[in-house]
Design a protein around this ligand. Structure first.
Ligand code: NAI
Length: 328
């Protein structure tokens, strides 16, 4: 039998954690042949609830789970970790300024990055889910100078999946036949879901849809503001869909993306498509051999350029704000 892969999940007692852990344990994250050692990180007030979730995980008798450990100390939780799913974050509360939000999260993702730097396995791969995800990932990466920055990513896969869902509903074509959708920029309302290279049942998506007004006034805002719409409808924020997207991101990163398609992930920019180097911005990406690669050579229309630039500008402002707070 193979050595278990150590997967550390932060915010394990939260609602995404509750949807995520059972999918990891079932084999959806790393495939049906890879045993997993689960390491749950919570703040002290969350430990008891995490213990309850761990009891349920035991009660599922998942064959792939080799151990479940619970921590309230990041150093212990990330010791030897191969995969880090950074879900726990400080939410924005009423009246909170952006600087307060960024510094509260700096206080979480800085120490977690340092713990990863100190003790994680050499193949550590990190996905930040907790918001503001792109900038939290930047903070964690900058606190882990010995880990290649390419190992720090943020989640825009939920936005990608939301875009696929909307396109499928609009065209009546199943998501399995919709390819090459892209999310650019920040995981925020400024993100740009781009269908101009997408294919629907083998045809250019923009031609199949042929409705620029729908694209601008319906599709893009629906995808970008879906999180708020879910809260409005469900009375709670998206959790199962966020967990599912986190599974998809890490699954594809480790095991590869399918031939003839790409996905989206926020990864450190190498300057491609005019995105300033080092910003953790969403791109069209493929993965092979455990490394994300930005899809190159796509033609960017003037419409797309404006949308991409606006979201990337927001990321640049967030980076300046955390720099000013001394978090980078
Ligand atoms: P939640 O509030 O239900 O759970 C968060 C958990 O994190 C809590 O149990 C809390 O005790 C824990 N936590 C807080 N600080 C921690 C720390 N320093 N170390 C370890 N654990 C800590 O929230 P939920 O719904 O699970 O969402 C988690 C995060 O995911 C939020 O920031 C949310 O905005 C974000 N999110 C991101 C999405 C994306 O697409 N990137 C989509 C949906 C949510």
């Amino acid at each position: 039998s193979t050595t278990p892969v150590k997967v550390t999940v932060t915010g394990a007692a939260g609602q995404i954690g509750y949807a995520l852990l059972f999918r990891i344990a079932s084999g959806a994250l790393l495939g049906p042949d890879t045993p997993v050692a689960l390491r749950l990180l919570e703040i002290p007030q969350g430990v008891k609830a995490a213990e309850g979730t761990a009891m349920e995980l035991v009660d599922c008798a998942f064959p792939l789970i080799s151990s479940i450990d619970i921590f309230d100390d990041p150093k212990a939780a990330f010791d030897g970790a191969n995969v880090g799913l950074l879900v726990g974050a400080r939410p924005r509360t009423a009246g909170m300024e952006r600087a307060d939000l960024l510094s509260a999260n700096g206080g979480i993702f800085g120490p977690q990055g340092a713990a990863i730097n100190e003790g994680a396995a050499s193949d550590i791969r990190v996905l930040v889910v907790g918001n503001p995800a792109n900038t939290n990932a930047l903070i964690a990466a900058s606190s882990a100078p010995d880990v290649p920055s390419s190992r720090f990513t943020a989640m825009t896969r939920l936005d990608q999946n939301r875009a696929l869902g909307q396109l499928s509903q609009k065209t009546g074509v199943p998501v399995s036949e919709i390819k090459k959708v892209t999310i650019w920029g920040n995981h925020s309302a400024s993100q740009y879901p781009d269908i101009f290279h997408a294919e629907v049942a083998g045809k250019p998506a923009a031609e199949v849809i042929n409705d620029q007004a729908w694209l601008e006034n319906d599709f893009i805002p629906t995808v970008a503001k879906r999180g708020a719409a879910i809260i409005e409808a469900r009375g709670a924020s998206s959790a199962a869909s966020a967990a599912s997207a986190a599974i998809d991101h890490v699954h594809d990163w480790v095991l590869g993306t399918p031939a003839g398609d790409w996905t989206s992930a926020a990864i450190p920019s190498d300057g491609s498509y005019g995105v300033p180097e080092g910003l953790i911005s969403s791109f069209p990406v493929t993965s092979e051999g455990g490394e994300w690669k930005i899809v190159q050579g796509l033609e960017i229309s003037e419409f797309s350029r404006g949308r991409i630039d606006a979201s990337v500008a927001e990321l640049g402002e967030e980076r300046e704000a955390v720099k000013a707070l001394g978090l980078l």
